[in-house]
Structure formats: structure tokens, C-alpha cells
Write a protein that binds this ligand. Structure first.
Ligand code: PLP
Length: 353
């Protein structure tokens, strides 16, 4: 089965062997306060920073998912309000949860085909956290490094948090330009679902300590205190942390992965552009995602393509949110091999050219 679903997505084939090793090494029943766990956790934090180009002074955390990070950040870094700049379903959901916890939180929506309008953003001066989604998985848009830099320059005194769920471990993100970045591992990391990774700047940690919010098992300051000794507040997904460690050790540096994905995204966009019945959902090339390709067609055709593909053992991604029925998505994630995209192209050329 070829799987182009943008999450949960294809896992690295090496996972099969790592799973056997995990069993044989006894990691599956090791206590999470013991030396074996702490050693593994320290090693994986080192690999995350080295392989993903994360600044040494950023603090790494293990969470259970990106969704959990939405909650942790609102709980532990805001008292009154956060500001959410979004153009799709994931950014909007984060905003919805924020409003439930902090009713004064504000949302600013922008169009799928426009770059985030940094210069025009009317963000209240008392906002405690600016939140956005670097790669909007629902519609295949991205916020470019230049836009992130401009945002950082315009709001220097405010903490900025970035949902990078479908780009971290795929793109060479410049973490220094924002305070908090997080992802779930079932997208670009090529691992099974059930683990989130969050990186926080010294400034974010300072703020968490200052607020000292301790009302939850996943309060950021409690997580920080435990992580000083490479531990978690609760029993974590030890197996997935082990898989993450093995996967990172076997992978090249993020710069090389980013280059490969960038080239392949370009090829995929060019490929899908040639079909007269298909249209790229995102017309503005600047803001097109490099890791999630969204393609629009009539509902009937989308349905036909997904079914026919499945019959040929190819899983295409469904559309999402308002684009559920008239788009399909193709993940451009590192675990998927170039040959698999060649097969995908042959399928489209054969049936739809
Ligand atoms: C998949 C995804 C999420 C949710 O991830 P979970 O692991 O289900 O919490 C959040 N944000 C973005 C941008 C995503 O792509």
C-alpha cells in the first residue's frame, strides 16, 4: 500500500526493526524514573537538537500530541488572552480551544492565497502569546521564513508560538525566530502517532516560571522541572521516544532533508498543474506548502480519484474542513520514497491525462 495521507502518514520502514530492538533491549518495561529511561531521554534530546538544528538553549519537552501543546501553552503562558493568526482548520481549532480557556483571546483570519499580513495585524498590546500555524495541513499553505522574521521583528516583546506539526523534521525551521515550536510525530517524523515534541526558548521558560501556573499535570513549569532531569510529569510514551531516538540517529541532518522535500514539492506542483481537470488549491506560489500538496477538482472527480487510487493500493489524503469534498491532499513527507511518487504520477497519467 502506498500511503500519501498527511497524518497519520507512512512510517519509516525501519520502524519494524526498531520495534524488535525495543523489545529485546527491555526498554518497553523500564521505569520512567530509572537510569535507563533517563539516559535514553537525554540522548534523544541531544539528537533532536543536533539533527533538527534546534538552538542549544531551547528546552525540549515530550507531550502526547500537538493538540495537548495547544492547551499547555494557553494554560501556562497566558492569564488573559492569546492572539491567533490563522487561515485554516488547525489554526482555527487552536483559537477555539484558547477561547474556551481564556474568553478574551482573539482571532485574526487571513486568506489562503495571501501571505500572513504582518504589517497590518491589529494585535492588542496586552496579548500574552501570538499563535500561528507554520504549515496549515488542512489547506496546504505555509508561512514563509521571511514572514516569520517580519513577525518576530514587529512583535519583539511578545512570545510567539508556532504549530509546526506537519513541517518539523521535514523543513529546516529557524527556531530562533519564535519562542515555542511543536509537532506530533505522525507527520514529518515518520513515526506512529502518540507523541508530541515541543521546543521552548529561554524567554518562554522564564515566562512560565514567572507565571508559575501549577494547576495541571501538564503545567509547563512542572514539565520544565521534571525535564531538568530528562523526565516527564507522567509516564510517557516510552516506546515512541525510543523509536524517535533510533530514527533520528539514522537520518541525515535537516538541511539535506529540507532540500530534498523542497525539490520534490516543486516537481509535484509542476506535475499536477498539467491536468486540465485539476487545479492547485493554493494559487499563490509564495505560500504553497512544501510538505502538504492540496489539489482541487470537482467533488465527483475527487471521489473517483480517491476510490480508484485505493483500488490500486494508493491512499490519497482526504480534503479537510471546508475543502473536505472538493480537494485531496498528497503528503510530501521524508519517509515516503521518490519511487513511490513516480508510481503515483504513473497512476495519474494513466487514468487522468
Ligand atoms: C495533525 C495536526 C495537529 C493535530 O495533531 P494531533 O497529534 O492529533 O494532536 C495540529 N496541528 C496541525 C497543523 C496538524 O497538522
Amino acid at each position: 500500500m502506498l500511503n500519501f495521507y498527511p497524518g497519520p502518514s507512512k512510517v519509516y520502514p525501519e520502524i519494524r526493526n526498531y520495534l524488535l530492538d525495543a523489545y529485546d533491549e527491555g526498554i518497553l518495561s523500564t521505569p520512567h524514573r530509572g537510569e535507563q529511561f533517563v539516559q535514553m531521554s537525554r540522548a534523544v534530546v541531544g539528537s533532536i537538537k543536533r539533527k533538527l538544528n534546534i538552538p542549544q538553549d531551547y528546552q525540549i519537552f515530550f507531550t502526547s500530541s500537538a493538540t495537548e501543546c495547544w492547551e499547555i501553552l494557553i494554560q501556562s503562558l497566558t492569564k488573559q488572552k492569546s492572539s491567533h493568526v490563522y487561515n485554516g482548520s488547525f489554526g482555527e481549532k487552536w483559537f477555539q480551544y484558547a477561547k474556551l480557556l481564556r474568553p478574551k483571546s482573539e482571532g485574526i483570519k487571513f486568506d489562503v492565497n495571501e501571505a500572513m499580513p504582518v504589517e497590518d495585524l491589529q494585535i492588542s498590546s496586552d496579548t500574552e502569546l501570538i499563535c500561528f500555524t507554520q504549515n496549515e495541513t488542512s489547506n496546504g499553505t505555509q508561512v514563509t521564513p521571511t514572514t516569520i522574521l517580519n513577525l518576530h521583528n514587529r512583535f519583539r516583546d511578545t512570545l510567539i508560538a508556532v504549530d509546526a506539526t506537519s513541517s518539523m523534521a521535514g523543513l529546516n525551521l529557524k527556531l530562533i525566530k519564535a519562542d515555542i515550536w511543536y509537532a506530533s510525530v505522525q507527520k514529518c517524523f515518520g513515526l506512529p502517532a502518540g507523541l508530541g515534541i515541543m521546543a521552548c526558548s529561554p524567554r518562554a521558560i522564564f515566562r512560565a516560571k514567572q507565571m508559575n501556573e501549577r494547576g495541571h499535570y501538564n503545567s509547563l513549569v512542572s514539565m520544565y522541572e521534571k525535564m531538568l532531569n530528562y523526565q516527564t510529569t507522567h509516564t510517557p510514551n516510552v516506546l515512541n521516544i525510543y523509536l524517535l531516538k533510533r530514527m533520528l540517529e539514522d537520518r541525515p541532518f535537516i538541511k539535506a532533508i529540507d532540500q530534498d522535500l523542497t525539490d520534490r514539492a516543486q516537481e509535484l506542483y509542476t506535475f499536477f498543474e498539467q491536468f486540465s481537470d485539476l487545479k492547485l488549491l493554493v494559487e499563490n506560489e509564495e505560500v504553497r506548502s512544501k510538505t502538504v500538496i492540496a489539489i482541487e477538482a470537482s467533488e465527483r472527480l475527487v471521489d473517483d480519484m480517491k476510490k480508484r487510487a485505493l483500488y490500486h493500493n494508493i491512499r490519497l489524503g482526504n480534503g479537510y474542513g471546508p475543502w473536505a469534498r472538493n480537494t485531496f491532499r498528497v503528503a510530501n513527507f521524508p519517509a515516503i520514497q521518490d519511487e513511490e511518487y513516480e508510481e503515483l504520477k504513473r497512476f495519474f497519467l494513466h487514468y487522468y491525462a
